[in-house]
Write a protein that binds this ligand. Structure first.
Ligand code: SME
Length: 137
């Protein structure tokens, strides 16, 4: 059955795969909407532990994607004023929303220690990943 534990194990495996196989993916994690609350909760992730396990809608890159329902590619995090820093080594970030029945229920968040590493190829690839993930939730 699709227990929460089994789902989280699969999501963690996806994080590990992405972080291991793509050199410029240095922190890979999932955030999910907390029920009907306007906040995100950190799910499975790989990389440095973060204090930002709860992110209010609108706050940071992740919180903005929770509201906009759109991909957010940040080539240079230092140029963003609405940004939540998790680690000083991070140079760039990409966040792609996950939709279930047309509803934005969470996102994949990837940090890179390489400046400006993300292209449209990453967006398309991660949209594919998010679409696959939406089927197992
Ligand atoms: N940088 C994110 C916060 C999450 S950490 O990257 C893990 C943001 O600005 O929303």
């Amino acid at each position: 059955t699709n227990t929460k534990k089994a789902t989280n194990e699969r999501l963690f495996a996806i994080c590990k795969l992405l972080e291991n196989q793509i050199v410029y993916y240095n922190w890979v994690g999932f955030y999910f909407r907390n029920g009907d609350k306007e906040e995100l909760i950190l799910g499975p992730y790989v990389g440095e532990p973060t204090e930002h396990t709860i992110i209010p809608f609108g706050k940071g890159i992740c919180g903005q994607v929770a509201v906009s329902n759109k991909n957010f590619v940040v080539p240079d995090v230092s140029a963003q004023d609405n940004y939540i820093a998790c680690s000083i080594t991070v140079k760039a970030e990409i966040v792609i929303p996950i939709f279930v029945n047309g509803k934005n229920i969470g996102q994949i968040d990837i940090d890179s220690n390489t400046p400006d590493p993300f292209s449209e190829k990453d967006e398309h690839f991660l949209e594919f990943v998010c679409n696959e993930v939406s089927k197992i939730l």
